[in-house]
Design a protein around this ligand. Structure first.
Ligand code: CA
Length: 221
């Protein structure tokens, strides 16, 4: 497995590279946002937010333009971190400095588990009304047009589409789409629902069930 480490602080990067390599990961280490964007990340990106040239947020969104690679954001800004923005940019998880190596490697394993769960769903395609979701390629089509979603938006939509018409509770959705390590603001879910509605262009597709959760309608053909 190959990890792209984006970290300008040598004192943090060197022991990280060493530790990750000891665990059997291949690591490419770059110190700037520009170098990170130029790389072709394969299995995972560990991204420091405080970089000398570009904002880490910008780097994450640039990577997301061409890659679905899992991203773990590393930040020293525990208080100011804008979690909703990070989510929207497609970060999958985050760590606040200083963190222990064991915590990092647990997060990496959890994230890789989630990713491989996604891919073992294999060649399945779900059709719900005008919506087609292909698990194998993680692509979504609405009325025949491909809709570009962030990884989390995709996971959320795929989860709702797994049981179309059923009311899924907020807890259920948060547990399945995010995991127990997630920072757990329930606003996160609403932000993603709003963004899905906007991107799909049909606000009635996902119905809010007050006090409970959400339901995907089987919209008429
Ligand atoms: Ca830094």
């Amino acid at each position: 497995m190959h990890i792209l480490l984006v970290e300008d602080d040598v004192g943090i990067a060197e022991p990280l590279v060493e530790g990750l390599q000891r665990q059997g990961y291949d690591v490419t280490w770059v110190r700037t946002g520009r170098e990170a964007i130029a790389e072709d990340p394969r299995d995972l990106v560990l991204l420091d937010l405080g970089l000398p040239d570009l904002d880490g947020e910008m780097v994450a969104s640039r990577i997301r333009e061409h890659s679905q690679v899992p991203i773990i954001v590393v930040t020293a800004r525990s208080d100011e971190i804008d979690r909703v923005t990070l989510l929207d940019l497609g970060a999958d998880d985050y760590l606040v400095k200083p963190f222990g190596f064991r915590e990092l490697s647990a997060r990496i394993r959890a994230l890789m588990r989630r990713v491989s769960d996604r891919s073992t769903v294999a060649d399945q395609e779900i059709e719900v009304g005008r919506l087609v979701i292909s698990h194998r390629t993680r692509t979504v089509f609405f009325d025949g047009e491909e809709v570009s979603l962030t990884p989390k938006e995709y996971d959320l939509l795929a989860f709702l589409a797994g049981d179309p018409g059923a009311v899924l509770s907020r807890d259920e959705i948060l547990r399945s789409v995010w995991d127990e390590h997630w920072w757990g603001s329930t606003k996160t879910l609403d932000v993603h629902i709003a963004s899905l509605r906007r991107k799909l262009g049909d606000p009635d597709l996902i119905v809010t069930v007050r006090g409970v959760g959400y339901r995907l309608t089987e919209s008429p053909e």
